[in-house]
Write a protein that binds this ligand. Structure first.
Ligand code: ATP
Length: 123
């Protein structure tokens, strides 16, 4: 978008439309999205059942969203990499492995947070 273009509600609404389309594409095309979605629903159901405190809720929701954000960016980088270099390339391997590493960090953080909050309440 040009810098001197006027603010437009219609343009903002269109941006939302594209962003929601991104979420739709993510849930339709990415198998990992379904796994993360099921894990998130289970965690939220457990959080309701165990009546978490507001701060515990914030922690659980924060790590759930961190995993989704990392996974969406990872998928986006994969798609871009496939266009930039459809052939095998050592730098593309590095780019994709780094993006996957980011997902792993958030998933491990989510596991640790879930264990710290849920395990003492369950056992
Ligand atoms: N063009 C390439 N050049 C070199 N290595 C690649 C290339 N494409 C994929 N790889 C290697 O294969 C791994 C898997 O890449 P791929 O694009 O298939 O992701 P994926 O396994 O489909 O990921 P997801 O399961 O998240 O969709 C990468 O992390 C990388 O190590």
């Amino acid at each position: 978008m040009e810098e001197n273009q006027k603010f437009s509600i219609i343009a903002r609404l269109k941006s939302f439309k594209y962003a929601f389309n991104g979420l739709k594409l993510f849930f339709i095309n990415e198998h990992n999205a379904r796994i993360h979605f099921i894990a998130a629903v289970l965690a939220i159901a457990l959080a309701v059942y165990l009546q978490l405190s507001p701060l515990e809720w914030v922690a659980i929701l924060a790590v759930i969203s961190a995993v989704f954000v990392a996974e969406i960016l990872n998928s986006s980088i994969e798609k871009l990499a496939d266009v930039v270099a459809p052939e095998i390339h050592p730098k593309i391997k590095m780019v994709k492995d780094l993006a996957a590493g980011a997902v792993l960090v958030t998933a491990l953080l989510a596991l640790a947070t879930g264990a710290l909050i849920f395990l003492p309440k369950l056992f």
